[in-house]
Design a protein around this ligand. Sequence first.
Ligand code: ADP
Ligand code: MG
Length: 311
Amino acid sequence: MPVSEFSLIRRFFTQQAVKNPSTRLGIGDDCALVSVPDGYELAVTTDTMVENIHFFAGSDPRQLGHKLLAVNLSDLAAMGARPVSVTLALTLPSVDEDWLTAFSEGFLGLAERYSVDLIGGDTTSGPLTLTVQAMGLVPSGKALRRSSAKPGDFIYLTGALGDAGLGLKIQQGYHCVCPNEALRRFHQPEPRIAEGLALIGIANACIDVSDGLAGDLGHILEQGNVGACLDWETLPLSGAVRAYVNETGDWAMPLTAGDDYELCFTVSPEKAARLTIDCAKIGVIESAPGLRLNKSGVIQSLKSKGYEHFS
Ligand code: ADP
Ligand code: MG
């Protein structure tokens, strides 16, 4: 039975009650209405996931729904913004009701946990393409920016590095004794919202690691006109990632693989004692440009290029 666009939207995307106090009007009109309280500004971000580019054809729709929202919430986290609402633009090759049920459960399940309202979107037919715009609130003038790292700042990272990259390798056929955590981190990253909020007023610069630490930290370095030295010994690597590095010799993987969605941020030594979140100190900002790695006392240059779509 063909499903019209309207009944599709009603069935799969409007079950959610409005929960966020910023939502003045949700799905159903030409626009949604979002209020911004005095003293706050709206942080807005968009990310698209395209089949065969960002995810494999046939990917689990529940995990896709989760990841699509998570990568957008991660951008809000990186600015220290509290998420309030999202819009969802879906381009679907066909209406597959089982796919839509699972996708919306993954998406709305994560939205629910952060009191994020789905307030609108668009639905079209074409090659499978998933786009979210996410909005969040941040105290005026206090957003965490990429640009303000200072020489002498300590560099920190939440969580662990390289598990999502290992998950991708496993997906591509690499045999791992304990694959579950890496696969979970690859398919269902957790946006570091609480951590981002806790960094307001403490971090000088912040970015979420979506394209690999070397590339993303590279953005902080370029925008701040600074360099950095990372310490290999202090990189937070899970047992599975360590085992991968030992077995393959591919020590660059945790530094260059994407999809970790951890926060990388810099803090001045004076403010370091005020850090309350779980994180590892992985290096120092220096005035000499470029990214370096201290590995067993040998300092080597790292290329800070992440994945680029048109290169
Ligand atoms: P318009 O033609 O005015 O753009 P649409 O028919 O595209 O309206 O959408 C009707 C309503 O449903 C709007 O409020 C729109 O934001 C919402 N909507 C459409 N697609 C989605 C979707 N995939 N997820 C959430 N809301 C959607
Ligand atoms: Mg429309």
